[in-house]
Design a protein around this ligand. Structure first.
Ligand code: ZN
Ligand code: FE
Length: 262
C-alpha cells in the first residue's frame, strides 16, 4: 500500500487483480472512508482493519466488473453506501446514491466535482476532489481507455476536459498500464524529450516495485499520445505522416485505432 497526503484527505493506493488499483480516500476531519472502484474485497478489508476504520462508501467510475466486482461483498461486510452515475444505476451492483454528472456533490465536507467522461463506457464519470482526480479507465498513465461504448469524438471531448485541469492535479487512474503505453507512445511521438525522460523514470519505478501512478495532468499533457493532438505542431506533423486531416479529433482517432492493433 502507498499513501499520498492531500490537504484535506489521504489517498491509500492498493494493488488488485493483475494490474488494477483501488484507492481509499480518508478525509482528515471525518471518520468516513471511501473505496474507489473496488475490484476485490480482500485488500480493502485488510486496509480498513489496519486503519481501524470501517468502509463507509464506495465510489464507482463505471460499471465494468474489475471496478465494481467487490461492491456486493463490501456492502455485506460494512453496509457501506454505493455511489455512481445515475445513468448506470442498472449496471452498477448495489448503487444507493445516483449522481448527476456536472452537478457538484459534497461528501465528508469536501466539494466533489462529478465529471461526465463518456467514451470507454457511456456512463463513465470521474471524481475530482481538490487536486486529486479519480478517472477510472478514461485517462491512464500515457494512455486512455478503449472505446467499448462511446465514439472517438466523445472520448476526445472527455480527455480534453481532463486535460484542461491544472498541471498539478494528481491522476489516480485504475490500472498500471503506463510502461506499455509509453513504449507505444515513443512510436508515435519519437521526438518528444519529455516522453523519453518519462520512460526512463517510470521504468525505474517499476524495476523497484513502485507504482507509476499517480501521475499529474501536466505530465500527461506533455507525454500522453492521446492528449498530444491538442498540440498544433504535433497534430500537423502526425497528420502529415499518417496522410490524414490535421485536426485534433482525426489525429486522436487514428492514434486510438493504431493502439487497438498494436
Ligand atoms: Zn473499464
Ligand atoms: Fe478497468
Amino acid at each position: 500500500m502507498w499513501t499520498y497526503q492531500h490537504s484535506s484527505f489521504a489517498v491509500h493506493q492498493l494493488a488488485a487483480l493483475s494490474d488494477n488499483y483501488i484507492y481509499l480516500i480518508a478525509p482528515h476531519n471525518s471518520q468516513l472512508l471511501a473505496a474507489v472502484d473496488p475490484a476485490e474485497a480482500e485488500p480493502v478489508i485488510a486496509v480498513c482493519t489496519e486503519l481501524g476504520r470501517p468502509l463507509t462508501h464506495i465510489f464507482n467510475t463505471h460499471h465494468h466488473w474489475d471496478h465494481t466486482g467487490a461492491n456486493d461483498a463490501l456492502k455485506s461486510s460494512y453496509d457501506c453506501t454505493i455511489i455512481g452515475n445515475a445513468n448506470d444505476a442498472a449496471r452498477i451492483p448495489g448503487m444507493d446514491v445516483q449522481l448527476q454528472p456536472g452537478r457538484p456533490w459534497s461528501w465528508a465536507g469536501l466539494e466533489i466535482q462529478i465529471m461526465d467522461v463518456p467514451g470507454h463506457t457511456l456512463g463513465h464519470i470521474a471524481y475530482l476532489i481538490e487536486d486529486a482526480l479519480f478517472c477510472g479507465d478514461t485517462l491512464f498513465g500515457a494512455g486512455c481507455g478503449r472505446l467499448f461504448e462511446g465514439t472517438p469524438a466523445q472520448m476526445w471531448q472527455s480527455l480534453s476536459s481532463l486535460a484542461s485541469l491544472p498541471d498539478a492535479v494528481q491522476v489516480y487512474c485504475a490500472h498500471e498500464y503506463t510502461l506499455a503505453n509509453l513504449r507505444f507512445a515513443t512510436g508515435v511521438d519519437s521526438g518528444n524529450t519529455a516522453l523519453s525522460r518519462r520512460l526512463q523514470t517510470d521504468a525505474d519505478k517499476r524495476e523497484h516495485g513502485q507504482p507509476t501512478i499517480p501521475s499529474t495532468i501536466g505530465i500527461e499533457r506533455s507525454t500522453n499520445p492521446f492528449l498530444r493532438p491538442a498540440d498544433a505542431s504535433f497534430c500537423t506533423a502526425y497528420a502529415e505522416g499518417a496522410g490524414i486531416a490535421a485536426d485534433a479529433l482525426s489525429v486522436f482517432t487514428d492514434i486510438r485505432k493504431r493502439k487497438d492493433h498494436w
